[in-house]
Design a binder for this molecule. Structure first.
Ligand code: NAD
Length: 336
């Protein structure tokens, strides 16, 4: 099948080419650096594409989907787990099928959440710079033992359950909130609690739920005020689960002790691109970057060799299922 792969980066090309070469009937993949949206959708015009392959910050709103459908696109292959960037109602009405990669490496994302937490707590980023300047002083590098601390995990699906397991292994008490309890985790000692009990109990809150209308700004002025003073917030879920403005205010008042984010509310158009020569127009991210206790990474939690290969393999296999008329194992439907 002829596939237009949007938001293509070098690592996408490397891993998709490798997975494609392993197929009996390789697909014809055209790598397009631009992100997909209503302004760029016409790139597919008249080129015989049947599938577009997209990533987290491509926009699949009704306007974009209408253009794609009119140009003969039948399948949208998301090379990610989240699908909050797709208007599922519009896709359904246009007869477009959607597939995603529900789980590629939960370890990649959970380990990155742990990396954010450990870096912020033990300040290894500061130590790295200091020592290279010949400064071996320790002032300002004091952390705390994670062992014995209470970690609140929001969302205990594929990734959250791996993260919760890692925190149990580190000797933490883990409390969790998820509308769907994971019995294996509960048996391993994770305590499920309603949010109003989780907020005041957790020393660390790590977010692993999807972005939905219910979870948008779940971390807001009200929920932050109910958290412990000095709470460490980690978000590898989706940016808009945190109300950035409210968290900036709580960082200024020192109520939030540290913030580690791999995702950001306004990351579209900012992340995945080198803006080193630009003037940052987004005052919120600019403010966040001034705090010594904030660590921002540019949506890289998924970026391991294992995850990239699995993403490419599963995406191409879903496309193959569509091409051969087989049931779509990883289809996203409106009912989800
Ligand atoms: P998953 O579907 O396996 O698990 C999500 C869990 O969240 C489910 O158990 C669900 O019941 C729970 N949930 C739903 N609504 C909730 C709510 N209101 N409060 C608390 N929990 C709720 O998904 P996953 O693979 O574990 O991924 C979780 C999220 O992580 C994805 O939706 C995606 O947004 C994000 N993600 C980020 C990266 C990255 O690189 N930063 C990579 C992959 C996934």
């Amino acid at each position: 099948m002829k596939i237009a792969l949007f938001s293509a980066r070098k690592y996408d090309r490397d891993f998709f080419d490798r997975a494609n070469a392993a197929l009996r009937a390789p697909h014809d993949i055209v790598y397009i650096e631009a992100s997909l949206g209503a302004e760029t959708a016409a790139i597919v015009r008249g080129r015989g594409f049947k599938c577009v392959c997209v990533f987290v910050n491509d926009t699949l709103d009704a306007a974009t989907l209408e253009i794609l459908a009119a140009e003969g696109i039948q399948l949208i292959a998301l090379r990610c787990a989240g699908f909050n960037n797709v208007d599922l109602n519009a896709a359904g009405a246009l007869g477009l099928r959607i597939v995603r990669v529900p789980a590629y490496s939960p370890h990649a994302v959970a380990e990155h959440a742990l990396a954010l937490l450990l870096t912020l707590n033990r300040k290894t980023h500061k130590a790295y710079n200091r020592v290279r300047e010949g400064d071996f002083s320790l002032d300002g590098l004091v952390g705390f033992d994670l062992c014995g601390r209470t970690v609140g995990v929001i969302g205990t699906g594929t990734i959250g359950s791996v993260f919760a397991g890692m925190m149990v292994a580190l000797g933490c008490r883990v409390i969790a909130y998820d509308p769907q309890r994971n019995t294996a985790l509960a048996e391993a000692g994770v305590e499920y609690r309603p949010l109003d009990e989780l907020w005041p109990a957790a020393d660390i809150v790590s977010i692993h739920c999807p972005l939905t209308p219910e979870t948008k700004h779940l971390i807001n002025a009200d929920s932050v005020a109910r958290m412990k003073p000095g709470v460490v917030l980690i978000n590898t879920g989706r940016g808009a689960i945190i109300d950035t403005r409210a968290v900036i205010a709580a960082l200024k008042s020192r109520h939030v002790g540290a913030l580690g984010i791999d995702v950001y509310e306004q990351e579209e158009g900012l992340f995945f691109v080198n803006h080193g020569e630009d003037i940052l127009q987004d005052d919120q991210i600019a403010r966040l970057l001034t705090f010594p206790n904030v660590l921002v990474t540019g949506h890289q939690a998924f970026l391991t060799k294992e995850a990239l290969y699995q993403i490419a393999r599963v995406t191409l296999s879903s496309i193959e299922e569509f091409e051969t008329g087989t049931a779509l194992t990883n289809e996203v439907t409106q009912a989800r």
